[in-house]
Design a protein around this ligand. Structure first.
Ligand code: ADP
Ligand code: ASP
Ligand code: MG
Length: 825
């Protein structure tokens, strides 16, 4: 094909958002001018179209659009002020006057809408065009100041369109004719505002939201350009929306058809109609990043190399409604499909997807959520007689759905694409409402519930491209549990990778400092100190996460720090999940307990604390599933302290009390001050956590805790305490002998009784008969017996090692893995 010498370069809202971005546009245009003639198409500066539409709505409803008008003026005036220092006085004055006129036009239109309390489509179209006019005015001034002699085009004359003023259809012939003088002329640089066009009378009409891409494609076709460049804020067209799938990657090449499918099914990076004119005229399209011009972007052509993977890309189209025209008598009704689509076409409703059962008993179709009710009404009207006669059962509607699609040229030839897709969706418990395969075999779509969409998208992406799901960990505490957790993380890496999960340690804190690193911290750092780390303030993690918005950031609290437990609410608000081995948050005031759950729910974050009771034993999750099934806990008794369980076991074997305490200390079974265990506080806290879990609104003071020690043993230093310990040997020996004679054993029991009008919760020593379910528990074990509506008269018992860094760290890890997409049904 002979070269026309034209290149169309379209710059989106973020690419013209401020003076610096405009300077980049001018640089890129200047570079392109060395090779070809250039037509620049620009969007409104980011946020401006929304602002204009908001002002229209405000005025329509009797509000004051004044602040929006002022914001419009101020934003553009500031850009001009920033650009102007290099301008000739004349250029600057003309630009300033142009902006003034646009601001005045905005004010006038808005006040007209305010008087009428109505905004007719033609006025809305006109108002919406002001953003593109302002950005292009600034761009043209800058180009002129650089001596590039731009010619400003008015889209109302250049791009011709018909029909709905908010969603007009272009008239390709008239547009080609309008561009004819430019093709023949000498101008080398054109500036064309995107998004709007002109009808036969030259009135403003819009090409739909995001329509500047389409303007550029129409201009490219009319100029018979050699290349259409879409400059945006990402490196091209990605395997999926990078905001929803952080692992998505830019695709080097695509076919026109693939690009059409992707944009049709929601890849916002291209307006869905953009490709058609380029494809018809055989013009290659390149999508590029104006923030990284050195990146080659994505090239879209007729012949793209086949995709490396079974698919090219995935999309998620949200806010969709599904309509079902059903009826056993449909077989006999002539032209149901034709009438269905005619009825929708008459209302100007775009059908996104269609499927029909082979029995012809149902036609299922999807439309944009905003069109759902209108579409249902149109179909009910069109089939009124058939419905009345019972030939059709109903026209049902379901709202709040999404369409998840997989797109790729190779699908025709490749086996198992559908298998991979549906398998991935079932793995994460995504229910499929309807399925459609494009007749071109270039796409497969699943209609899913809106809330399932993002999870299904991310997991299907993993299924097709083998990318890992990243869970970012911010670990506080590198002591025994935290230290073991880091070892587990390293050891489990290959196994998790095979399951498509990467646990990335992005934050590591201990008392002296907090290290943050987006790319991950070498676990060895955990052992070698935190050089260069800043203050261990959880607020830093909140800021770090809030500014980057990773999908699954998790605070992992392996400390027993009360202050840190007091900050979870703030961390939920910043977008983190919280996994904690620290009991302080759940054992504090009831108000805080409740606040945390509200915060987590509001931010759709999870709060996981399985290790708060029974270390790695599945206590909390078991309890939660019991309660979810409607069971109620009446009574609970449990051995909740591994250290006390060990100690009492040793006494039973005949050890002296003082010796047994020292032994427990030496084995690392106790807190540094063993009185923390012997005082029973720890068991009291666990009982309180369980009590709240089963629905009791208890304050910490309500828990009756009996210490194993006489009161005065709680005074003084650890050394003094240890020195006095032998005083207790004789009394304990006597007690043990007495119990032995009666065939009883001594256990430290946490208990809850929810049967009376005053629920009770406590912790203390109890003498148990040998056949009591908890009598045989010893040697560091925990055992928990729940007497419930369903589990009675014999209780549900959970038993196993309930202390030690290893099982606790494993419990923390298992909580972390609950955050992986595949484990969230
Ligand atoms: P512009 O203002 O430049 O027209 P848009 O916001 O309309 O930019 O489109 C670019 C955005 O599209 C990207 O920032 C990205 O968030 C989103 N997007 C959605 N799907 C994709 C995809 N498959 N590839 C790239 N970007 C996508
Ligand atoms: N400014 C318009 C919009 O926001 C058109 C575009 O950006 O392409 O929809
Ligand atoms: Mg866009």
């Amino acid at each position: 094909m002979s070269s026309s010498g034209w290149r169309v370069m379209k710059f989106g809202g973020t690419s013209v958002a401020d003076a610096d971005r405009l300077r980049t546009v001018a640089d890129l245009a200047a570079a392109a001018l060395a090779e070809s003639r250039v037509c620049l198409v620009a969007s409104a500066a980011s946020g401006i179209t929304d602002l204009l539409l908001r002002a229209a709505r405000t005025a329509e409803t009797g509000g004051d659009p004044g602040p929006d008008v002022e914001a419009f003026r101020a934003r553009h005036a500031a850009i001009l002020e920033d650009l102007a220092p290099g301008f000739e006085a004349g250029v600057q004055a003309r630009a300033a006057a142009g902006l003034q006129a646009l601001g005045d036009e905005f004010a006038k239109l808005a006040s007209g809408v305010g008087l009428l309390l109505e905004c007719p489509p033609s006025v809305r179209a006109h108002l919406s065009s002001l953003g593109e006019r302002a950005s292009c005015l600034l761009l043209a001034a800058l180009l002129e100041a650089r001596g590039l002699a731009p010619e400003a085009l008015d889209p109302r004359h250049a791009i011709r369109a018909l029909g709905d003023p908010l969603q007009a259809e272009p008239d390709l012939e008239a547009t080609a004719e309008a561009f004819a003088p430019r093709r023949a002329g000498t101008s080398r640089l054109l500036v064309l505002p995107g998004f709007f066009a002109g009808d036969a009378e030259g009135r403003t009409v819009l090409l739909g939201r995001g329509g500047s891409d389409y303007s550029a494609a129409l201009a490219a076709a009319a100029l018979k350009a050699d290349l259409l460049e879409i400059w945006t804020d990402v490196d091209g067209i990605y395997s999926a929306d990078p905001r929803q799938v952080p692992e998505a990657f830019a695709l080097p090449a695509l076919s026109f058809e693939e690009a059409m499918e992707l944009s049709h099914f929601g890849a916002k990076v291209l307006h869905p109609k953009t490709i058609q004119p380029a494809r018809a005229a055989g013009i290659p399209v390149r999508v590029r990043n104006s923030f990284r011009p050195e990146h080659p972007g994505t090239l879209i052509t007729a012949q793209a190399p086949p995709p490396e993977h079974a698919a090219r890309g995935l999309t998620l189209l949200e806010h969709v409604a599904l309509l079902n025209v059903t009826g056993a008598g449909m077989k006999g009704v002539p032209g149901v499909a034709a009438r269905t689509f005619q009825a929708l076409a008459r209302e100007g409703i775009n059908v996104l997807l269609i499927t029909q059962g082979s029995s012809e008993c149902a036609i299922t179709l999807c439309v944009a959520g905003a069109d759902g009710a209108k579409a249902q009404g149109a179909l009910k009207a069109a089939f009124e007689l058939d419905l009345a006669a019972g030939r059709l059962d109903d026209v049902e509607r379901r709202d709040g759905l999404s369409i998840l699609s997989v797109v790729g040229e190779g699908m025709r030839a490749r086996m198992g694409v559908a298998g991979t897709f549906f398998h991935a969706l079932s793995e994460v418990g995504v229910n499929i409402v309807a399925i459609a395969q494009g007749s071109s075999e270039r796409s497969i779509s699943a209609v899913v519930r809106g809330e399932d969409g993002p999870r299904g998208l991310r997991h299907a992406h993993r299924g097709f491209f083998g990318t890992a799901e990243v869970i970012e960990l911010y670990l506080f505490g590198t002591g025994t549990v935290g230290g073991r957790l880091v070892e587990h993380l390293e050891a489990q890496k290959p196994r998790l990778k095979a399951r498509g999960i990467e646990l990335r340690l992005c934050g590591l804190a201990r008392s002296k400092g907090l290290l943050l690193a987006e790319g991950g911290i070498d676990p060895a750092q955990a052992r070698n100190g935190l050089d260069g780390a800043g203050a261990p303030d959880p607020g830093r993690v909140a800021d770090f996460v809030a500014s980057r918005k990773p999908i699954t950031p998790v605070l992992v609290d392996c400390t027993s720090d009360e202050a840190l437990a007091g900050r979870y609410g703030e961390l939920f608000a910043a977008g983190l999940h919280v996994v904690t081995a620290n009991k302080k948050a759940n054992a504090g005031s009831y108000a805080y307990w409740q606040h945390l759950r509200e915060q987590a729910r509001a931010g759709q974050r999870r709060f996981l604390y399985e290790t708060n009771v029974g270390a790695g034993l599945p206590v909390i999750s078991t309890l939660q599933s019991l309660l979810a099934c409607g069971d109620r806990v009446r009574r609970f008794e449990g051995i909740l302290s591994g250290s006390l369980s060990f100690l009492l076991g040793r006494l039973e074997e005949g050890a002296a009390f003082s010796g047994a305490v020292r032994e427990a200390m030496d084995k690392g079974f106790t807190e540094p001050d063993p009185r923390d265990d012997l005082g029973g506080q720890d068991v009291g806290r666990k009982a309180l956590i369980l009590a709240r879990e089963i629905g009791l609104r208890l304050e910490p003071e309500a828990v009756q805790v009996e210490s194993l020690l006489p009161r005065d043993f709680h005074e003084g230093s650890v050394a003094e305490f240890l020195a006095r310990l032998p005083e207790l040997d004789a009394p304990f020996a006597a007690r043990m002998a007495d119990l032995k004679a009666k065939g009883q054993v001594l256990r430290f029991i946490g208990s809850i009784d929810a049967t009376g009008s005053e629920p009770r919760c406590g912790a203390g020593l109890q003498a148990l008969d040998a056949d009591h379910p908890l009598a045989s528990v010893r040697g560091g074990e925990n055992a928990l017996a729940f007497l419930t509506d369903h589990y009675s008269p014999r209780p549900l018992v959970i038993r196993g090692y309930g202390a030690g860094a290893d099982v606790t760290a494993a419990g923390v890890l298992s909580d972390i893995l609950k955050l992986a997409t595949w484990s969230q049904p």
